[in-house]
Write a protein that binds this ligand. Sequence first.
Ligand code: UDP
Length: 239
Amino acid sequence: SAPGKNRKRVLLKLSGEALMGAEPFGIDPSVLDRIATEIKHLVERGVQVGIVIGGGNLFRGEKLAKAGMNRVAGDHMGMLATVMNSLAMQDALERLRVGTRVMSAVSLTGVCEDYDRRFALRFMKAGQVVIFTAGTGNPFFTTDTAACLRGIEIDADVILKATKVDGVYSADPNKDPDAVRYDQLTYNEALQKQLGIMDLTAFCLARDHEKNIRVFNMQKPDALINAVLEESEGTLITC
Ligand code: UDP
């Protein structure tokens, strides 16, 4: 399929926990392979895919700081954790013969490339998956913020926030039997109802730049594919 014109471009945010599967820590290779297979399917349909992966399955700066570590040192460890996850995802994609670039917000010579927006766009237009790693490169931010930032920079059609639930609910569906799922919400509704979809830095950044976010369940087979190709699944947050 001809890359470039009229092609959908998406920014997929995977939390570190999404790679954990049933494991208590680290990466479950079978989960990694399943996600990679779904991403491959999208690429084969001509979708341009950028990915931001979190690091919460390995290290979180906030948690390390609570245990006594300097927060900035902890955040640096968290950012490096996202690099480990990104390398694992690149490996899984390349085993499926999907060309993949890892572009980092901090220089890691010999491990991955430096982030460059113009190169990233060229790679995506040529059918390669680009994994944006090391978050924003700054402490005190999250990979949700990195996802919104990169999504805006590459002008993604949508930011896909992969979670463990089927979308955004009025209350925690695991605790409240009356919780209802929203098909669609505005940014203001989500803020008023304090639904806590992302941290506010990330959420307000996406709102201010009028990027739609779709929250969907990554554990549900084919949900990613449907989210992109059918624009169904989960909850769509719009302006
Ligand atoms: N992090 C950071 N700056 C960023 C992105 C991430 O310092 O721009 C650090 C932070 O310590 C964070 C960790 O990396 O806790 C892992 O990222 P995150 O918590 O967003 O991962 P997720 O919850 O998505 O797995």
